[in-house]
Design a protein. Structure first.
Length: 183
């Protein structure tokens, strides 16, 4: 069983277990629910949104192959790669290389979740990157990316930031600016 399938299985098992335990809960919401409540302070997303598209953006596959840890990069991709490409309550999401086709790009395909790229699953491990929008101190912004940047699944974004590599070769972009392409 590959890592992605194992994670999904664990997520589903935990979800079922948690829903059974939460059915009798009557207390105030906790955790991620508090982060998205209307009482949470709003973060001004305009300081992270670029008004002009940065030049020299590389596709996800190209940047993954060439960027070293700590390199300044400009990368372009579409938000997706899984059924839920978002990090709840945080300004983070995954992007996919433009060479991959979402299910909605395939004529006649009626997949209800086209941003999971289920028709391209075997290519995803080398064609995705995680984007984390960070503040001036380098800390991950504590706001939902969808609200902060006015983006959704399959939005095309051009991201400026710094590359972070893990031991497995995965790429995380510590984003200081995001340009959202018009659909």
């Amino acid at each position: 069983m590959n890592r992605k399938n194992l994670f999904l299985l664990l997520f589903l098992v935990c979800g079922v277990w948690m829903s059974a335990g939460c059915s009798q809960q009557t207390s105030a919401p906790t955790g991620a629910q508090q982060l998205t409540s209307s009482s949470a302070p709003a973060v001004d997303g305009t300081k992270f949104l670029l008004t002009t598209e940065p030049e020299g953006a590389g596709d996800v596959i190209k940047v993954r192959e060439g960027a070293g840890d700590g390199d300044d990069i400009v990368i372009v991709g579409r938000i997706g790669g899984s059924a839920n490409p978002w990090v709840e309550g945080r300004a983070a999401f995954s992007i996919v290389d433009g060479s991959l086709r979402a299910c909605s790009d395939i004529e006649g395909d009626s997949c209800p979740i086209p941003w999971d790229y289920c028709c391209e699953t075997s290519k995803l491990p080398t064609a995705t990157a995680l984007v984390k929008v960070v503040d001036e101190t380098g800390a991950l912004v504590k706001a939902d990316a969808r609200e902060l940047l006015s983006v959704k699944e399959l939005s095309t974004v051009v991201v400026e930031g710094r590359a972070r590599r893990d031991d497995a070769g995965n790429l995380t972009v510590l984003a200081t600016g995001v340009f959202v392409k018009k659909m």
